[in-house]
Write a protein that binds this ligand. Sequence first.
Ligand code: PXL
Length: 289
Amino acid sequence: MMRNLIPRIAAVNDLSGFGRCSLAVVMPVLSAMGMQVCPIPTAVLSTHTGGFEGYTFVDLTHTMADYFGHWHSLGLGFDCMFSGFLGAKAQIDIILRFIDEFGMDERLVVVDPVFADNGRLYPTFAPEFVAHMRRLVGRAHIITPNITEAAFLLDRNCPGVLSGDEAKQWLLALAQLGPRTVVVTSTPLRDAKSCVVAYSRDDGRFWKVSCDYIPTEYPGTGDIFTSVMTGAILEGDSLPVAVNRAVNFVSLAIRTTFGYNSAPREGVLFEKVLHTLTVPSGDIRYELL
Ligand code: PXL
């Protein structure tokens, strides 16, 4: 049962002024899906950190507790909390308090543990951040790491290639950190270039959705992926359908962008395809892993 007429999501993420990631994509995507997004900004940057030099970075840790304390005094309730890029490790305890004070254990907690990609930590994170993120992951219902973040969370090496059985073992190990649903993006499965794999402890089933391969990477696609998947879950979709809808939307945005040869650091031209989120996806082709 939703608490609000329009599903209401507390979106804990940064605001990057240019480059199409974090709140600048989370908010329009989820609004297009008919959800109310209430942002809790973790930091304000002039651009994201993936491909721009000299960006400004203002950490908003100092205001976050008072910010949601005001919300608490207003008696606001949320159907979902969805966290992404954090400005400092001290924000983990503040978010855990949000989960407690707003009773989010009984609602939906989605944690996208954003801190690394392509085998490396993002520049604003020190290695000790990983242990703090593990504590937040432990309180999530759903997590959506990419394969690099999954490797850091499990203290393993980033795999070159995984068999289906190995991918299942990774998903189970991540679920042991606490979340009942685990979705890992950019998984290098042996029989596909790149896949999203998923596991739900509720029914013990494993899923995979293969992605198109395009020889370019765009920042912000992980944020868009988790936003669409979260919106679909809140709409009542099953896990594999929600993952499939998210893969479809990101693939469409990437193909659209690639055709224009725009600078990858500017992100995907999702504005051109946002309208497709308002109708149910017809192309559902998930498989059991
Ligand atoms: O899309 C993830 C992300 C979010 N926010 C900031 C980032 C990145 C990835 O580079 O730099 C500021």
